[in-house]
Design a protein around this ligand. Structure first.
Ligand code: UDP
Ligand code: MG
Length: 317
């Protein structure tokens, strides 16, 4: 049996402190996986330099010069973690059979890759690395991160709970992902939409080996908003619902105002005032919701997402 070639894809942004420490760890991992018969000796470590301002790219170049297991690509400028990762995955999909994406800071346990590769050999196309606990994160980071997943779910952006971008993807899963033409791509939400057999592997998240996080609260909020607005139109649906409820309540208010008028305990003009206010408010919100629904449709049309991805036909069996 031919062993699959693996590319470990690693986005790096200003990581000069941590790269010299973690690069040998990734290399050792590849050697270990090769010795276990889990991947071929053609496997590589692919660094994506996301427009770093420090010497990250120089380090990647010198690694690649010394050892052919290391490869690198560099982006024209900083485009953010998601785009850097996508660039790496799309580059790798032409060159290998399976990829594992991971951060370069050593926070995600590389030993989970063994199990990921085993699941791949058992027929899974996507294997999510899921954090089993977050003891090493500060309370604030843990709280914001967990609220992030819950809020995303409420807003209709379905993601795998406590899974960041540490995941294995097969070549055909990547080819499926490549069919998603949207510009605002939120990988954690889109990969589940690609489909195919998937599973999760659990690991403990460590502290950053060196350097500091590039995901402050503001960037996380940005990621959440981007995730929601690029995956779902649920917020628009909520507006329609609120509009409908308001229209119904205003109807009751109008009846009440008329009743109060006939009961005689009102000043002149009050009934029509309350009635008009309630009516206009309810109708306005409802109409806004309807317009929102159409904008939602336009939004999903312009995305031109693939409507389906065929897994296999009877001829493949
Ligand atoms: N990263 C990137 N571009 C950016 C910010 C981050 O490629 O604009 C990379 C970074 O080098 C790291 C990964 O994305 O490999 C995750 O970033 P970080 O560790 O700072 O985030 P955290 O783990 O704190 O959420
Ligand atoms: Mg990190």
């Amino acid at each position: 049996m031919n062993l699959p070639s693996l590319y470990i894809v690693i986005p790096c942004y200003n990581e000069q402190e941590v790269l010299p420490i973690t690069a040998p760890m990734f290399k050792a991992k590849i050697e270990h996986l090769v010795s276990q018969g889990l991947c071929s000796d053609e496997s590589k470590v692919l660094f994506v330099n996301d427009g770093s301002k420090d010497s990250t790219w120089d380090i990647i170049c010198s690694l690649a010069k010394k050892d052919s297991v290391f490869k690198g690509i560099t982006l024209s400028r900083n485009r953010g973690h998601q785009n850097a990762l996508l660039a790496g995955l799309m580059h790798a999909k032409e060159l290998c059979d399976v990829t594992i994406s991971i951060d370069c800071d050593g926070q995600d346990d590389i030993n989970a890759m063994d199990e990921m590769m085993r699941q791949y050999h058992d027929g899974c196309d996507v294997v999510y690395g899921v954090r089993s606990k977050r003891d090493t994160d500060t309370f604030l980071k843990r709280f914001t991160a967990e609220s992030f997943y819950k809020f995303m779910k409420l807003m209709g952006a379905e993601t795998v709970f406590n899974h960041a971008d540490y995941r294995l993807m097969s070549k055909r899963a990547l080819q499926g992902l490549a069919k998603f033409k949207e510009v605002n791509l939120f990988l954690r939400g889109t990969v589940p939409l690609v489909g195919y057999k998937s599973t999760s592997v659990y690991y403990e998240r460590n502290e950053r080996i060196a350097g500091e996080s590039h995901y402050p609260f503001s960037k996380m909020l940005n990621l959440a908003l981007n995730g929601i607005t690029s995956l779902s139109t649920k917020p628009l649906r909520y507006i329609t619902t609120i509009g409908l409820v308001m229209a119904f309540i205003s109807f009751l208010v109008i009846i009440w105002a008329i009743a109060a008028r006939f009961a005689g305990n009102t000043v002149a003009g009050w009934t029509s005032m309350v009635g008009i206010m309630a009516l206009i408010g309810g109708i306005q919100l409802f109409c806004l919701g309807i317009i929102g629904e159409y904008i939602g449709k336009i939004y999903s049309e312009v995305k031109q997402r693939p409507k389906f991805i065929i897994e296999k036909t009877t001829d493949d069996e």
